[in-house]
Write a protein that binds this ligand. Structure first.
Ligand code: F6R
Length: 609
């Protein structure tokens, strides 16, 4: 997620922007830059890499000026590079812009602007914004910005400066956060509160479709249609550390709450209401290519592997191509049968996991086509794969993966539908049904998060246990594995996940009085069979918490407690059912006093074998 900072006042802007950006480093970034209005022109310094690299450049090329915008970029459109770094500008460098979010209709706008003679230097979606403002500019930057944003679809937080109006700093937002810091004789904008806390605790929290016009002594707020808004000042009482977590106690719980947005962003521009096809910019696999594919391998590690298990099920079900799913560290040493008729899908949040990368290389060496599903633009797997599908979860900071996992699931559905449409195995009717249900998932995920107190109570009851069991059938088994991994890694409780039908082949011997069993029962055609499996463990004294769709009340007769999920298609259930399991792991770890965001012995990115 990008970070934005802006300053207008009597002081030198550069040090304030750099300090502000450093307070946003926790959001993750791959490049940084500033644009400063100085003596009637805009001067820009930007580069790929850490903020310290930008500071070095600014030491050798100092820029004066007390109006400026700064940015840390987390790449989505266009790889991390000096040229793709923000700020972006119009041709004569009189308008500069920093942006957080995704402009969905940028290709259309770009084509239109090119037809008018505008030239583009970058691969970013953002670059359309300064050109659009330039197109509308007739001496009033506020008006031109309003006209420009009326043409933009998608999400944006924008910071804008114009050298022809050096007394103004503009901020405008929709679906991406942006705040205004109100100082004394100076004012600030930022994508998050920590960036302004060294200077002021009085902020305006901009709402969607609002725009702030800052001078050094004043802040005016309007709707993007130009109506004046009277906004209350919000006085920040938190310390800087909790402000970074947006008021949440840990990054993990913050990231769990970011899932509805992450799901929505990952579907953005790929799956659209009323559009009967999947649009994928970075996957060039054609119908002809797919005809030559006779086997798919999905290869990944840990949580990403669990997303791959869901991928196997949905690709086989929808596209009807055989899929094997493998743990990367095993795959690379088991002499898998790979050739030019093989399609490999590697899944990696970081894009740098050593085993996954080695599996990808092995696949390519043997002639396979490789699709990378990753959250990091320009990461090693993204660079080395044939095609890429980015999950737009934003940076994940907690070691335990949550929002990256649900976006990996969305990526699996997108690929399955894409392949199924290409080879004709997904009919128009089936496509529309799944698409429409997928588009409702963010709202349903939001609804589930509202029930978090129920899960918190279960955690308070069960945190003392040494062992837990997670059971499910079909897709529920894949989610059970992920639920068990979450509780193991952050609360250090020994947890096992089993395919429910396997219990009686051995593991049921472990079930004893009071042992917590988490039973997932979201698969319609397997529901009755799950009830029988639940009864088997209840008969041995287990304490069962079940997870089922609303309306499946029979399950309450065989369970000690039930968490009901908003109804969706069984095939999409993993996106919802994993959320209460993440919450259960989180609250259990909190009850046990564990270091939730940095569990012992674990690292966020495993770049060694
Ligand atoms: C668990 C977790 C790990 C990662 C695994 C792969 O919460 O985060 O199991 O999923 O290390 O990492 P990536 O996806 O970066 O390849």
């Amino acid at each position: 997620m990008c970070g934005i900072v802006g300053y207008i006042g009597p002081k030198k802007a550069v040090p304030i922007l750099i300090e502000g950006l450093s307070k946003l480093e926790y959001r993750g970034y791959d490049s940084a830059g500033v644009a400063i209005v100085n003596n009637g022109k805009i001067e820009i310094e930007k580069c790929k890499g850490r903020l310290s690299a930008l500071e070095e450049r600014l030491k050798s090329n100092p820029i004066d000026g007390s109006l400026g915008i700064g940015h840390t970029r987390w790449a989505t459109h266009g790889e991390p590079s000096d040229v793709n770094s923000h700020p972006h500008s119009n041709k004569d460098f009189t308008i500069s812009v920093v942006h957080n979010g995704i402009i969905e209709n940028y290709l259309k706008l770009k084509e239109w602007l090119i037809s008018l003679g505008y030239e583009f230097k970058t691969e970013t979606d953002t670059e359309v914004v300064p050109h659009l403002i330039d197109y509308f500019y007739d001496g009033d930057i506020v008006k031109a910005t309003m006209q420009a944003v009326s043409k933009i679809e998608g999400s944006y937080a924008l910071g804008i400066v114009c050298s022809k109006e050096p007394d103004k700093l503009i901020a405008v937002r929709k679906d991406s956060p942006l705040i205004v810091g109100k100082g004394n004789g100076e004012n600030f904008i930022a994508s998050d509160i920590p960036a302004v806390l060294p200077y002021t605790r009085d902020v305006y929290l901009l709402d969607n479709r609002e725009m702030a016009v800052l001078t050094k002594d004043n802040v005016e707020i309007y709707t993007i249609e130009g109506l004046k808004v009277n906004k209350e000042v919000f006085h920040v009482t938190w310390d800087a550390a909790s402000a970074e977590k947006g008021g949440y106690e840990h990054f993990m719980i913050k990231e769990i709450h970011e899932q509805p947005k992450a799901i929505k962003d990952t579907m953005t521009s790929r799956l659209m209401p009323g559009v009967d096809e999947i649009k994928l910019d970075d996957i060039k696999l054609t119908k002809g290519d797919l005809e030559n594919i006779n086997k798919i391998y999905i290869v990944a590690c840990g949580t990403a592997y669990h997303a791959g298990m869901v991928g196997k099920y949905v690709i086989e079900r929808l596209a009807k191509v055989p899929v094997e799913v493998d743990v990367a560290s095993e795959f690379r040493y088991r002499n898998p049968l790979i050739n030019k008729n093989t399609l490999m899908i590697v899944i990696s949040q970081s894009g740098e996991t050593a085993d996954t990368l080695a599996a990808l290389r092995l696949g390519k060496e043997n002639g396979a086509r490789v699709i990378a599903v990753t959250n990091v633009v320009g990461s090693s797997v993204a660079r080395e794969a044939t095609d890429v599908l980015y999950t737009w979860a934003g940076p994940e900071i907690a070691v335990a993966s949550t929002k990256a996992y649900v976006t990996q699931l969305i990526a699996m559905y997108i690929i399955a539908l894409y392949l199924g449409r290409l080879n004709g195995n997904v009919s128009d009717e089936e496509f529309r049904l799944i698409r429409d249900e997928m588009l409702k998932l963010p709202e349903k995920a939001e609804h589930l998060l509202e029930q978090k107190e129920t899960i918190q109570k279960f955690a308070a009851m069960h945190y003392v246990h040494k062992d837990m069991f997670y059971i499910g059938r079909g897709l529920d088994f894949a989610v059970a594995l992920e639920g068990a991994l979450k509780i193991k890694e952050i609360s250090y409780i020994h947890a096992e996940a089993y395919a429910a039908g396997e219990l009686k082949h051995g593991p049921i011997a472990l079930i004893d009085k009071g042992v917590p069993v988490i039973a997932l029962a979201t698969q319609d055609e397997l529901f009755e069979k799950m009830l029988s499996n639940i009864k088997e463990v209840v008969a041995r004294g287990a304490h069962v918490i079940s997870f089922a769709f609303e309306g499946n009340d029979d399950i309450s007769k065989v369970s000690d407690a039930v968490v009901y999920l908003p109804k969706t298609l069984s095939i999409l259930a993993p996106v919802l059912s994993v959320i209460p399991l993440q919450l259960l792991a989180y609250y259990t770890a909190v009850e046990r006093g564990c270091d939730v965001d940095k569990p012992r012995n674990l690292a966020k990115s495993v770049t060694v074998e």
